[in-house]
Design a protein around this ligand. Sequence first.
Ligand SMILES: O=C(O)CCC(=O)C(=O)O
Ligand SMILES: [Fe+2]
Length: 438
Amino acid sequence: MSCVTIVYQDEMGGLQVRSKDGRRIEMNPCEGTLVVNVGDMLEAWSNGRLRSSEHRVVLKKPAYRFSLAFFRCFEDTKVVLASEEVVGEGNERVYRPFVCSDYLKFRETNEEGKFEKVGFTVKDFAGIDDISLPLQSPSSLSSLSQACKEWGFFLISDHGVSKELYNKVRSLSEYLFSLPVETKTKLGPLSSVKTYTPHCIASAFFESLRVSGPDFAASAQSSADVLFHHHNSEFSETLQEYGSKMTELSKKIVKIVLMTLGDDFENKFNDSEFNNCHGYLRINNYSPPQILEEEEEEVEGLGKHTDMSCVTIVYQDEMGGLQVRSKDGRWIEMNPCEGTLVVNVGDMLEAWSNGRLRSSEHRVVLKKPANRFSLAFFWCFEDEKVVLAPEAVVREGNERVYRPFVCSDYLKFRETNEEGKFEKVGFTVKDFAGINGR
Ligand SMILES: O=C(O)CCC(=O)C(=O)O
Ligand SMILES: [Fe+2]
């Protein structure tokens, strides 16, 4: 939490720094040298131009390790705010101004009074919830509530999608994306089927195939019929299985998310408001340039956006690169975690909850010259639904922050603006239906 820290470590070693791509790098002890690191105060004061890295100490031998850490800090009353000159013209601020002591308190008092809130990352807010449990305990409900409010993202485990099913979808999809461009284009935006989004619409490195429910098999088959020479039912059967699993899971997720908004809300509102929801799947294939010039270089596979859904369920492979934007404007890595799925709140639920649930901006960055594969399942209100937060959700004394709107109008707004770009990346439901510029 310092401006700078100076560390004297003995010969035992074990101090590790986390690299930007999430690896742990050993700071090996070196006789006669001191380790200096930038702290959070300087990171914020420099508008992120100086990096306060996560680090930790691991003990590898059954022997004492001794170190001296000296923290040079701003005074408690200091308002940390990067000067215009430091931010530089044309750059956005990535930190709001704050009083030092407030940050110290935040770190000290959160998370059950733990020591300076060790390892404060998105995952601490967005703990893994076992979806197979009825999620009744107040502690898990309150951490889910916190995750939905602060981050709009959480992880679930025990979701019932086997590794085998995922691998099957993956290998069938890999084959499909490896087909010649001319073949895939037969399903492109100018075709009658329109299930394929070619490269250079969302980004130069992104292509995707859409499979729509509730009859996922029929939708997959209509693409398969165009792509594959021989009749092949494996693709449609597999996608039917995956789509049904996601549908079931989405219904459960909506229920538990409703529980975070108020007592018995899952019974009060689930049937009346969410009964006509429908889902569609996007199979995403990211292919970065084969040479990423410098080690630090990364490219955007999918630009900053919010999802238009109520909730989205993402299965990402081991490559990583999905990043969520925190409220103070930082990009936080959603590191892949074996056996878990990423769930995020979309715009429809943000508007329906009067902003109590957050639809966060997120993006995908590609850091290695290797393909990345993901499955994103979008659970949405029906097109003709009028999205309007019920009084009980808004709660007395609060203002409405969204005007009512028809779902299809929002979808049209996102699809047709900005030179017909892919779902108008960058625009959100706030731009469309927000009241008072919110
Ligand atoms: O590929 C991913 O991990 C996320 C994709 C995504 O955000 C989307 O398709 O909306
Ligand atoms: Fe998304």
